[in-house]
Design a protein around this ligand. Structure first.
Ligand code: NAP
Length: 276
């Protein structure tokens, strides 16, 4: 088993994830894994970074596929005895003009952005070593979507005692409510992406609390963040930040020095903690 440090970035064959891998290859003192659900797209991205003189490693990872997540988990356990940095970046968004029925958009979006990210956390967080750093890429849209929720839902999502099971049930209820056509009546905002990112932000708050309760002495720091509005296939060419600029806050959180004890359990944008 190697003593080399290791960082993993999900969904990193393009966009912000690729820019995070590029920055980590330059700044992280260890092995950096570019991961992709499609090995062809992943290897092409690795080759692109190699052309720039960088040396990322590759592992397949589809966050929708539990077997794929567990294969990565077993690989990391076997080769490195754990994990030092995990950036949960993989995500999807339907385009505004997409005519797919809203209930389908809700199910598909929640499946990857919330349930997939949660499955990665369930499998990989136990592997995170002392002084490890976990970054969950959420979005400012989680904040606006939260404000669009009923008072009752807002209270639940801001609660300091909400459990992971309760959050999972709420996310599943959103999907069910969209299928019944009652999501607005039930207090949800009209955005599947926004609700999925509420899930990511609240999940991060819960996981940070659990780390405090069970692994306080390990100094692991876990945060959610927004990369900003970034020119990628997801956000389009009009967005204000380059992928490299979008990577800045996630990379800052991934490389918080071992002397740092904050931020932890926060929502961070432009390297600044924002109120939830
Ligand atoms: P992007 O260019 O569309 O890239 C998304 C990445 O996620 C791709 O590599 C994609 O792989 C991967 N992915 C999707 N589903 C996956 C799955 N099931 N398993 C593994 N990988 C999967 O989007 P981006 O703008 O870089 O977004 C990155 C993250 O930032 C997302 O979480 C997004 O919600 C968040 N974000 C973006 C913005 C923005 O303005 N761009 C703003 C706020 C937050 P494929 O190539 O195989 O599809």
């Amino acid at each position: 088993m190697s003593n080399v440090q290791v960082a993993v970035v999900t969904g990193s064959n393009k966009g912000i994830g690729l820019a995070i891998v590029r920055a980590l290859c330059k700044q992280f003192p260890g092995d950096v894994y570019l991961t992709s659900r499609d090995p062809g797209r992943g290897q092409a991205a690795v080759a692109q970074l190699q052309q720039e003189g960088l040396r990322p490693l590759f592992h397949q990872l589809d966050i929708d596929d539990l077997q794929s997540i567990r294969a990565l988990r077993d690989f990391l356990k076997e080769k490195y005895g754990g994990l030092n940095v995990l950036v949960n970046n993989a995500g999807i968004a339907f385009k505004v003009q997409d005519t797919t029925p809203f209930a389908v958009q809700a199910e598909v979006t929640l499946k990857t952005n919330f349930f997939g990210t949660r499955n990665v956390c369930t499998e990989l967080l136990p592997l995170v070593k002392p002084y490890g750093r976990v970054v969950n890429v959420s979005s400012m849209v989680s904040c606006s979507a939260l404000r669009g929720c009923s008072q009752e839902l807002q209270q639940k999502f801001r609660s300091d005692t909400i459990t992971e099971d309760e959050l999972v049930q709420l996310m599943a209820k959103f999907v069910e409510d969209t299928k019944k056509g009652v999501h607005e009546k039930e207090g949800w905002p009209n955005t599947a992406y926004g609700v999925s990112k509420i899930g990511v932000t609240v999940l991060s708050r819960i996981q940070a609390r659990l780390l405090n309760e069970h692994r306080k002495g390990d100094h692991v720091l876990l945060n959610a963040c927004c990369p900003g509005w970034v020119r990628t296939d997801m956000a389009g060419p009009k967005a204000t930040k380059s992928p490299e600029e979008g990577a800045e806050t996630p990379v800052y959180l991934a490389l918080l020095p071992s002397s740092a004890d904050a931020p932890h359990g926060q929502f961070v944008s432009d390297k600044t903690v924002k109120a939830w």
